[in-house]
Design a protein around this ligand. Sequence first.
Ligand code: C5P
Length: 411
Amino acid sequence: MTSFNKHILLGVSGGIAAYKSAELVRLLRKRGAEVRVVMTQSALQFISPLTFQALSGHPVHTELLDAETEHAMGHISFARWADIVIIAPATANLIAKLAHGAADDLLSTLYLAATCPVYIAPAMNQAMWNKPVVQDNIQKLKIHGVHRIGPDVGVQACGETGLGRMAEPAVICECLEACFSSRDEQANCLRGCKVLVSAGPTREPLDPVRYITNRSSGKMGYALARAALDAGAEVTLVSGPVSLPAPELVDVIHVETAAQMHAAVLSRASGHDIYIGAAAVADYSPAVIAPQKIKKQADETTIILHKTKDILADVAALADRPFTVGFAAETHELENYAQAKLMQKNLDMIAANWVACGQGGFDSEQNALQVFWPNGRKTLPMTDKYHLAKQLIHLISERLQIINHEKKNTA
Ligand code: C5P
């Protein structure tokens, strides 16, 4: 049994399985976790808060708007305090509330405020579990990144047999343990690595006052730089013009044009283990930059554009190339274009995302990615860009390890 020195917030909603959660608190405490318990009003009908208070060593919280609780530990403080939230049992009603963003009590509100991993252990009658609306809500929560433990098959408190029993406390404990160990592993997955990230748009000047650019905010590239740093890497960020603060401890090189970005990246790439090209580099730049402001004259005018150098393809063509990751922002035929770029630019990995209206991507706080590599793929569902970046960084570190291992074996 490994011990984990973590903060676990246990949410208990109103089902007969609530009595099993008392055992869960005991098992978690035995492993060194600090546990705080939040109960819904209906959970209070099944088990006394005194039981959880005695087992956790802390008062149990039930009220959203409780002056005393808010002063000491309100929904925001709970959400910040927790390394993990586990809701066991999670009733059909609570699942519906979480799936739809309702925030009418302490537990549902702190779920919305939580940025840590959230687990649910559903428990309900088998017919309820099988209802399409319940399954729809479960699917929604899955898309929102909520992890599910159980339910199990067996005899239920109502006398029926089927799927709906809450997972056993020991199983829940093991799942949480696996989550912590994979998070600790992820937290160090790039220790000793040097990572180069390019981010943001480029600006291609037409004259002293005008330029051609695009909608990239740089948020995804900055999140990747932050996630690589948090995974233990030494990070250099080549950034186009954005209005984001430079992440602390990251070496930032500011550039404007595609040509400047090309020079900044190519002069550094060989000294890095990983290059992530998350910048939206202009594909074309004006052939001539007018030295003075272009005056309004004819009804129509033409600008001659020259193709820019492909930074990503040039990095991938280096003799001592880093593990090279590209991005593909597409409005249609996402997979076809992404796979084609992976091959044509000779990349180790490509992360593709939709940039059509309302689908995340440019300037949005959230995004989803379809990641492809030679003979492999993974979907990273819609979430905030930092969590998405963490998942992509972990995937990159896994692929890099495999490639390094293969290289060693063939050497
Ligand atoms: O070919 P396309 O521009 O669609 O490919 C997108 C990927 O290529 C992104 O990773 C982007 O950073 C990179 N790119 C580049 N240099 C260019 C154009 C795109 O590195 N001139």
